[in-house]
Design a protein around this ligand. Structure first.
Ligand SMILES: Cc1cc2nc3c(=O)[nH]c(=O)nc-3n(C[C@H](O)[C@H](O)[C@H](O)COP(=O)(O)O)c2cc1C
Length: 320
């Protein structure tokens, strides 16, 4: 079972902690219309009575309101980060009981905890524990179950040894970010690995990493044969990237046009963040996390001014 129609190539908004909150997801849906959206990671606690915090439960239940120009909001995937099969299965059960239909396990975050138990990308340090966790989630969760993973912890080839486990467990699809955990965000995502993984995987592979323009997205789909794409920083910098890749918006635009579009986008985000977050400083901090993803060389001076804004009024004046 897949959360996208057969014979379509889904373009997904990546989970990004501190960025893809429900307000951002809604703005992205209005502008770029991703086919699937993910929550920021939801931390699975070891405390047996409260596996997921109240605010995370609210966040994972937050469906996107229907937008007038869309037939239906895109499916929302709740991403879990944690460890031990018991805790992960109980958390999956908990979100399922809340009505969640799509769950994802984070096996890629390079900032996962390593001391109190290996979570995120650190799960790849204890590969012998992975089958138990994956089978346990699959056992309790009847909706779609996907995994987001790096190529390996230190070794780019580690993923090849894990593919049979995911296929045997009945994982529905895999999102691959082909850097190692140790690399964090340095170097480039090596999509030759994506191509090789697609060639041998029995389950659909979604390619993720370093796509910032339409041409890169299309080339990656063509060269890797991936079933779809997941966009992170590229979409946060330019939500129209989904539509550009589909050919439903111009692949490139002039610097002036791009600045105008970015101002409109940031105004929408600002208005939504004022409703979701408390106080100017928090709103400003969250907006700066968005601007941190913007790297257009043509707008460097303006972007620097946005990043250095001392207060929300100064930021708002720059995007007027
Ligand atoms: C600020 C930030 C927060 C992120 N948070 C998450 C997260 O919560 N869960 C996750 O699986 N990946 C997370 N990632 C990784 C992204 O989902 C994505 O895999 C990565 O940025 C590479 O894709 P991109 O080059 O399209 O941005 C995060 C990345 C960034 C930059």
């Amino acid at each position: 079972m897949l959360p996208w129609p057969v014979d379509t190539v889904p373009l997904m908004l990546a989970p990004m902690q501190g960025v893809t909150n429900r307000a951002m997801r809604q703005v992205q849906v209005q502008i770029g219309q991703p086919d699937l959206v993910f929550t920021e990671f939801v931390r699975v606690r070891q405390a047996t009575h409260h596996r997921i915090s109240r605010s995370d439960r609210r966040e994972s239940a937050a469906q996107i309101p229907v937008h007038s120009s869309l037939p239906a909001p895109p499916p929302l995937v709740v991403q879990l980060i944690g460890h031990t099969s018991t805790a992960l299965a109980e958390a999956a059960q908990l979100v399922q009981d809340q009505g969640v239909q799509h769950v994802n396990l984070n096996m890629g975050c390079p900032f996962g905890r390593t001391t109190s138990g290996k979570t995120g990308g650190s799960m790849l340090l204890e590969p012998e524990l992975i089958p138990e966790c994956v089978f346990a989630i699959r056992h309790v969760f009847s909706g779609t179950f996907s995994i987001k993973i790096r190529a390996g912890y230190a070794d780019h080839e580690q993923i090849f040894g894990l593919l049979p486990i995911f296929a045997d467990a009945g994982v529905d699809f895999l999102i691959l970010h082909p850097r190692t955990v140790e690399q964090k965000y340095t170097g480039r995502a090596d999509h030759e690995i994506t191509r090789r993984v697609v060639a041998v995987s029995k389950i659909p592979i979604i390619a993720n990493g370093d796509v910032v323009c339409a041409e890169q997205g299309r080339q990656l789909l063509k060269r890797s044969g991936a079933a779809g794409l997941m966009l992170g920083r590229g979409a946060i910098a330019d939500p129209l990237l989904f539509q550009r890749i589909r050919g439903l918006a111009p692949a490139t635009v002039s610097a002036e046009q791009f600045k105008r579009d970015t101002c409109t986008y940031l105004e929408q985000v600002l208005a939504a963040y004022r409703e979701l977050f408390c106080g100017d400083q928090q709103v400003l901090g969250k907006l700066k996390a968005v601007v941190a993803c913007m790297e257009d060389q043509r707008l460097q001076q303006w972007l620097r001014r946005l990043r250095r804004s001392r207060n929300l009024d100064a930021f708002a004046a720059e995007i007027k």
